[in-house]
Design a binder for this molecule. Structure first.
Ligand code: PMP
Length: 294
C-alpha cells in the first residue's frame, strides 16, 4: 500500500505517497499511541466531516495527547488532501500519533504528528456477497469493557484484536467476525456496528464498550424518520433466531446486509434494502463542499 502515486498531508505539508515514512522507534508503533478516523467523500463532499474531526480530537484527548491544529484546520486539510489527489469519491484516513522523540511507556516529551491519506475504496465487502448478505463468524476475542480500555476512542491499539479476529474469519471463508462484549452479549463486528430486525423494529446493542458510530447514529435517525422503532438493548447470541433480518453499518461498510452469523442465517429483506438506499441517498444529498476562506 506504500508504493503508489499520490500525496499525503503530513504534519501540515503535502509529501509524495512513497515518501510519507516514519522512524522505526515511533512511540505509536511500540505502545499503540495513535488515534485515527475513517471518512468517506461522496460527490466531492466528506460526509459528516465535522463529526469525524470532533471524534478524532476527543480520541486524542482520551489518550492524553494534543493535536497541534484546530478542528477547522483539520477539516480544511481533509478536503484539500482529496483535492490534491483529484478525488471526489474516496475514503479519507486522518491519523494522529506520538512520534519518536522519546521511547518509553511515559511519553510526555513526544510530539503529536498528524497525517491524512485518501484513496479510492468503493466497496468494503464483495459486491456479490452484498446482495445475499455477508457471512459473519464469532470472533475469538471479546471487546474489553469500558473500565478496562478507552472504548470511546477510535484508538489504533483497540484494533489489534479486530485484526486477529478478521484474519481468522477470512481464512475460514467468512467476510468478518462478530465480537461479544465481556459479559457475552453481542457488541459489534471488527469495523462496524450491528442492527437486527424483528416485527418491523430495529434492535441494536447499547454502545457501552464500543463506538457509537457516526453511521449508526445516522441510520437510527433515518429509521426513525421512516417511522420505525429503534430499540437499544442487550442482545445475546441465543436471541438470533428471534430476528428476521440483520445488517451492519460503518463509514467503510456503509449499510451492508448480513446473511449469516455462524450457524444462523438471515434473508436480507425490504427494510434492510430500504435503509441501504436511504443511507446512500442521504450521504449524497448535499452540494459540493465549499472551502471557507482561510
Ligand atoms: N466499530 C468499529 C470497531 C469501527 O472500526 C467502526 C468504523 N469506524 C465503527 C464501529 C463504525 O463507526 P463509524 O460509523 O463512525 O464509521
Amino acid at each position: 500500500f506504500d508504493d503508489r502515486d499520490g500525496w499525503i498531508w503530513f504534519d501540515g505539508a503535502f509529501v509524495p505517497w512513497r515518501a510519507a515514512n516514519l522512524h522505526v522507534l515511533t512511540h505509536a508503533m511500540h505502545y499503540g499511541s495513535a488515534v485515527f478516523e475513517g471518512e468517506r467523500m461522496y460527490d466531492g463532499r466528506i460526509f459528516a466531516l465535522e463529526a469525524h474531526t470532533r471524534r478524532l480530537f476527543r480520541s486524542a484527548e482520551i489518550l492524553d495527547f494534543e493535536i497541534p491544529y484546530t478542528e477547522a484546520e483539520m477539516n480544511r486539510a481533509c478536503i484539500e488532501t482529496c483535492a490534491k489527489n483529484r478525488l471526489t469519491e474516496c475514503y479519507v484516513r486522518p491519523i494522529a500519533w506520538r512520534g519518536a522523540e522519546q521511547l518509553s511507556v511515559s511519553a510526555l516529551s513526544t510530539r503529536t504528528h498528524v497525517a491524512i491519506a485518501v484513496w479510492e475504496w468503493p466497496k468494503y465487502f464483495d459486491a456479490e456477497r452484498f446482495q445475499r448478505g455477508v457471512r459473519l463468524c464469532w470472533a475469538k476475542y471479546r471487546r474489553p469493557p469500558a473500565n478496562a480500555a478507552p472504548t470511546e476512542a477510535k484508538a489504533s491499539g483497540l484494533y489489534m484484536i479486530c485484526t486477529v479476529s478478521k484474519n481468522a474469519a477470512e481464512r475460514d471463508g467468512y467476510d468478518d467476525a462478530l465480537m461479544l462484549d465481556s459479559d457475552g452479549a453481542i457488541a459489534e463486528t471488527t469495523g462496524a456496528n450491528i442492527f437486527f430486525i424483528r416485527d418491523g423494529a430495529l434492535h441494536t446493542p447499547t454502545p457501552h464498550c464500543f463506538l457509537d458510530g457516526i453511521t449508526r447514529q445516522t441510520v437510527v435517525a433515518l429509521a426513525r424518520q421512516r417511522g420505525l422503532d429503534v430499540i437499544e438493548t442487550r442482545i445475546e447470541p441465543h436471541d438470533l433466531p428471534t430476528f428476521t433480518e440483520c445488517f451492519i453499518v460503518g463509514t467503510a461498510a456503509e449499510v451492508t446486509p448480513v446473511g449469516e452469523i455462524g450457524a444462523h442465517s438471515f434473508r436480507p429483506g425490504a427494510i434492510t434494502f430500504d435503509l441501504v438506499e436511504r443511507y446512500r441517498r442521504h450521504v449524497r444529498a448535499h452540494a459540493i463542499q465549499a472551502l471557507e476562506p482561510a
